[in-house]
Design a protein. Structure first.
Length: 354
């Protein structure tokens, strides 16, 4: 399937759905508060194939608005570098030429690829940004309304593997060890963009803020007026609704200087023969990951939360929980798939949950 067409379809899907995680506005509509601080909400902006929202808390409205502009500038910069549907992005260049030659990339793109390999090693390959050929195969299968056969899966899997991604730190260049490899940063780039946006807001003078890209969120510092902490709603995947309707709020997370990301198959999927298949593909088997309806990870970094929520979805309940329990300052909420939905939390989650 043509990459541009696939992404265009996904943008339309995102435009019609509300994210699994969403910022809960204060009960009081109060923009000016203690010590002359104000909070400014950007509202929704379309970027990175989804919608983004930024809230800035600062000493005055001009500073807050400047921080919001700086945050979106960083998000757009990352999108220009790492989008696989923009033909002039560094990732598109890498996907075209990475087997023929080493492709020099920016410090940001190199950092994301380097971090991706670290998460691949940590998760024993459950997270793998070279999964692009398998993702494309499943989208083509949706077009053909036919499940990929074993031969097609084997061929696509032969092009996948983080160990085939060769990075040169001295040259900040990347190349592929196998022809027709393809990098897909959909499981980490939004988290990285959020972290960079937060950095820009802090530099701009924000004393608090929230950055949300497609339901991946990071909060820092002072919350808006009317709140003691940042409040993020987690949607019940079994009660999800179409349109800009949050459906049923399963629980409310109370965050201070933390990031949260959710991966799940109930919002993004391919449909073949009338059955939905998760958009998250297991790099080892080539099949979609179906055992968990939703995985939410809470930790200090949005980059980490983004990658780990994908990894745990692929790893499944037992292995995924075991991994999260080994990582400091990191918690997870897992919801198993129908018909036996069950909420499972790591040991330290309760301090965030209402």
């Amino acid at each position: 399937m043509n990459k541009n067409r696939r992404i265009a379809i996904e943008i339309i899907v995102f435009a019609s759905l509300i994210a699994a995680l969403y910022f809960l506005a204060p009960a009081k509509d109060e923009s000016v508060w203690s010590a002359g601080r104000v909070d400014v909400d950007s509202g929704m902006h379309e970027v990175m194939g989804t919608f983004a929202r930024v809230v800035a808390v600062a000493a005055d409205s001009n500073t807050a608005k400047g921080c919001i502009e700086a945050a979106f500038a960083e998000i757009e910069r990352i999108d220009e570098l790492m989008s696989d549907y923009k033909s002039d992005s560094e990732i598109s260049e890498l996907n075209r030429d990475g087997f023929r030659r080493a492709v020099k990339v920016s410090k940001s793109t190199y950092e994301v690829l380097q971090r991706s390999i670290e998460f691949s090693e940590l998760s024993c390959g459950a997270f793998d940004v070279t999964v692009g050929p398998l993702v494309d195969l499943w989208h083509s299968a949706q077009d053909a309304n036919s499940i990929p056969n074993d031969a097609d899966l084997l061929q696509a899997r032969s092009k996948v593997g983080y160990d085939k991604l060769i990075l040169d730190a001295n040259e900040t260049s990347v190349r592929f060890a196998v022809e027709d490899m393809e990098v897909d940063l959909g499981g980490i780039a939004k988290g990285y963009a959020i972290d960079k946006a937060v950095e820009a807001m802090r530099k701009g003078g924000a004393v608090g803020g929230m950055v949300d890209i497609g339901g991946e969120i990071r909060c820092f510092g002072l919350p808006p007026a009317g709140q003691s902490r940042w409040q993020i709603g987690l949607q019940d995947p079994d009660k999800a609704k179409d349109g800009f309707d949050a459906g049923i709020t399963l629980l409310v997370l109370h965050l201070t200087d933390a990031a949260v990301a959710t991966s799940g198959h109930y919002r993004r999927f391919v449909t073949i023969g009338g059955k939905r298949y998760s958009h998250i593909v297991d790099p080892e088997s080539g099949h979609s990951s179906e055992s968990l309806a939703s995985v939410t990870v809470i930790c200090p970094s949005a980059t980490d939360a983004d990658a780990l929520s994908t990894a745990v979805t692929v790893m499944g309940k037992e292995k995924g929980l075991a991994l999260i329990e080994t990582i400091p300052q990191t918690e997870a909420i897992l919801i198993t798939s129908a018909p036996k939905e069950k909420i499972i939390k790591t040991s330290g989650t309760e301090k965030f949950v209402e």
